[in-house]
Design a protein around this ligand. Structure first.
Ligand code: ZN
Length: 500
């Protein structure tokens, strides 16, 4: 079969329509979190439900099934085989889900997001619990319909990371936990023994922070001709190719939050901008999964932007932008804030690189129990607090810093959390491979040059789309199987041995 085979061309055209509808949904979803007046939530819910119905109709169109079947009869080879195989999987999944269920999930997600925001502000889990119950019931129904039967959590993980399941993730996390818990204890002890907290950064002008976030992310390589940066409650990245939307949030007394969340989201954005746009809508033009996605954001945020080399470039510009509030703050003191470890820090999005992964181990464990029916939604807050005590050595004082802190469950995005820590593992391995392939890389950063690293990532990761799953991609790109070793070694080097 050649790529000009009529049925293949029809398949590509149909995949393109599904992709375009997805981008419309993406822009409306972005708008919902960035611009929506509170009173418009119900109308937006209706809009999203209609779009979900249209997308479902396209994804299940008999013409799509017919085009696929014709391609399969002829026997696609090479890239076309990958496209057809992935399209077949998506099509088979879509035809098994009734349109009514898809629309219900979209409507519920929109309502639950607003309920979550209100419940979190009120620190009242019971106001959000019914929405979580409904999402879990829908996820179970979906698993039934898609043949996952008694393994609904495997489906949840596979959705974000094709090829992964709870068993494989559990094995990697057990390996990580064995090294991470003692490492966290050692570092916590050192930090506590060191006494005193790092210097507080206060009174940073918001407009200057916005300019800094734009300038730094542009310098790293995010293309603002094909993207933008706005403000939302929870930072995210939406879109792909020529329209990539980043968000951040600003706090005059926490300037590194806006800087690092902007860098993080720009890492996602550069991946989306680096995917082969000519293949948009097919498996060749989409990201390899959320774990690989997260490896891109983490690598820029942590390995690059928390390094001494990066700050030796940025510091003069940073001081020029915020001269008043940085008066009397030494370079060492500033670096200590950048790499601050907070023993027992309970908020995931504020967590340092070590404790962040403990947060993910906690959420993975609880999701597993919820899906296995071992934990009722009503008992979730208590289970959360207990596990927190076990991993962090303290309990949250209210639901806002405990079970209600994350946005994910409001959209039914179960199985997403593991991607963050898998992404950290992949990032650590990619970083080792990049340093071996590109001698003098940190010297580049000290000069504010990031093009060699971005070029290597474009070539090694971005250009490949979804040709491989996270395991295969990591093996090809780094020469090693995905494991916890590189991440543990990196964390140890930066936080355990190095004086901060
Ligand atoms: Zn991310």
């Amino acid at each position: 079969m050649t790529t000009s085979f009529p049925a293949y061309l029809e398949l590509l055209a149909r995949l393109r329509r599904i992709h375009v509808l997805g981008t419309v949904t993406g822009v409306l979803g972005w708008d919902e979190q960035v611009n929506l007046p509170p009173g418009a939530a119900v109308r937006r819910g209706e809009q999203m439900a209609l779009l979900a119905e249209l997308a479902h109709a396209e994804a299940t169109a008999p013409g799509l099934g017919a085009a696929l079947a014709k391609c399969e009869v002829v026997g696609p080879v090479g890239e076309a085989a990958l496209v057809v195989e992935a399209a077949r999987r998506d099509y088979d999944r879509a035809v098994k889900l009734p349109a009514e269920l898809v629309a219900e999930k979209a409507r519920l997600s929109s309502e639950a997001y607003h309920a979550w925001a209100v419940a979190r502000a009120a620190r009242d889990f019971s106001a959000f619990a019914p929405f979580l119950e409904k999402h879990l019931a829908l996820a179970r129904r979906e698993a039934e319909l898609l043949g996952y039967g008694d393994r609904p959590y495997d489906l949840a993980i596979d959705r974000h990371d094709p090829g992964l399941d709870a068993h494989r993730v559990g094995a990697l996390f057990a390996e990580l936990r064995a090294g991470l818990v003692p490492l966290a204890q050692r570092v916590d002890q050192r930090v506590r023994a060191g006494g005193g907290r790092p210097v507080a950064l206060r009174g940073f002008d918001i407009e200057a922070q916005r300019r800094m976030a734009l300038a730094v992310t542009a310098r790293l390589g995010f293309d603002y001709q094909r993207g933008r940066l706005d403000v939302s409650l929870h930072p995210f990245c939406e879109g792909s190719g020529d329209d990539v939307r980043l968000t951040t949030r600003f706090d005059a007394d926490n300037p590194l939050d806006s800087l690092y969340s902007s860098i993080h989201e720009a890492g996602h954005g550069m991946y989306e901008q680096g995917l082969p746009t000519g293949h948009a809508g097919t498996a060749l033009g989409v990201a390899a999964g959320m774990a690989v996605h997260e490896s891109q954001s983490r690598l820029w945020e942590n390995q690059v932007a928390r390094s001494r080399a990066f700050w030796s470039w940025l510091e003069p510009e940073y001081r020029a932008a915020f001269s008043g509030p940085l008066d009397g703050v030494s370079a060492d003191a500033l670096h200590a804030v950048v790499n601050q470890v907070e023993p027992g820090g309970l908020i995931r999005v504020d967590a340092d690189e070590i404790h962040y992964n403990l947060h993910i181990l906690l959420r993975f464990e609880l999701e597993k129990r919820l899906f296995a029916g071992e934990l009722a939604v009503a008992d979730l807050p208590a289970a959360w607090d207990d596990l927190c005590e076990e991993l962090f050595g303290r309990r949250p004082s209210h639901a806002g810093e405990g079970v209600l802190q994350d946005v994910h469950w409001s959209s039914g995005a179960f199985g997403y959390f593991p991607s963050y820590t898998l992404g950290n593992m992949i990032a650590a391995q990619l970083w080792d491979a990049a340093c071996a392939a590109l001698p003098g890389l940190e010297g580049d950063f000290a000069r504010g040059e990031f093009g060699r690293l971005l070029g290597w990532l474009r070539e090694t990761v971005h250009a490949h789309g979804r040709r491989e799953d996270a395991f295969a991609l990591t093996r090809r790109a780094t020469g090693l199987d995905l494991g916890a070793g590189a991440l543990l070694a990196y964390l140890e080097k930066r936080y355990d041995r190095e004086a901060n």
